[in-house]
Design a protein around this ligand. Structure first.
Ligand code: SF4
Length: 200
């Protein structure tokens, strides 16, 4: 099938404003949007810039806006998005070039909640901080965040308020607050409580 791929492009070194570039690509319904980006870069226009790494939904590098919705380009199949595909950089972060954004404001929110185990008391047996399967299960879901920023950059508050840490930071705060080995809950809750006025 022929797919029309429209990509919002911007090179700050030569463009005054972002513009839509169009590419016609032959694709299989089972191709991923990332395959189309790779095809365009490797065969049509090598100046196209975007992030990718594992290409299997693990690294979180290739979050983009596809037909108006934040998605990972490596997880989205052509058959699910149709024969006219619009791809834009995720919103609320400065565009460095084409689909590549500056992730620093996103990671600033992540760092604010202290995303590491805080435990200055000695382990009970002097060696290991043991945890039961049930205790581990309490925060299992929130260990799965791959820091793609798709959630945070789809939040309008994040677009306009540089104090708001965003949902990914809240997810990662949960990951440690509910960890039975961690002693830093009050530090993280102070950060989250300071956010309360952001959306009121
Ligand atoms: S919580 Fe947000 S940043 Fe983490 S994987 Fe989900 S969408 Fe991506």
């Amino acid at each position: 099938m022929e797919v029309l791929v429209r990509i919002k492009r911007f090179n700050p070194e030569k463009d005054e404003a972002p513009y839509w570039a169009e590419y016609k690509v032959q694709a299989q319904p089972s191709d991923r949007v990332l395959d189309l980006l790779n095809h365009i870069k490797w065969n049509i226009d090598g100046t196209l810039s975007y992030r990718r790494s594992c290409a299997h939904g693990i690294c979180g590098s290739d979050a983009v806006v596809i037909n108006g919705v934040n998605r990972l380009a490596c997880r989205e199949l052509v058959k699910n998005v149709g024969s006219r595909i619009e791809i834009e950089p995720i919103r609320g972060l400065p565009v460095i070039k084409d689909l590549i954004v500056d992730m620093e404001p996103f990671f600033a929110g992540y760092k604010a909640i202290h995303p590491f185990l805080i435990a200055d008391d000695p382990p009970a047996d002097g060696k290991e901080r043991r945890q039961s399967p049930a205790e581990r299960a309490r925060f299992d879901d929130t260990t799965k965040c791959i820091l793609c920023a798709a959630c945070t950059t789809s939040c309008p508050i994040f677009w306009t308020n540089d104090v708001y840490v965003g949902p990914a930071a809240i997810v990662n705060a949960h990951r440690f607050i509910f960890d039975s080995r961690d002693r830093g809950a009050s530090i993280r809750l102070d950060v989250l409580n300071s956010q309360a006025g952001v959306w009121r």
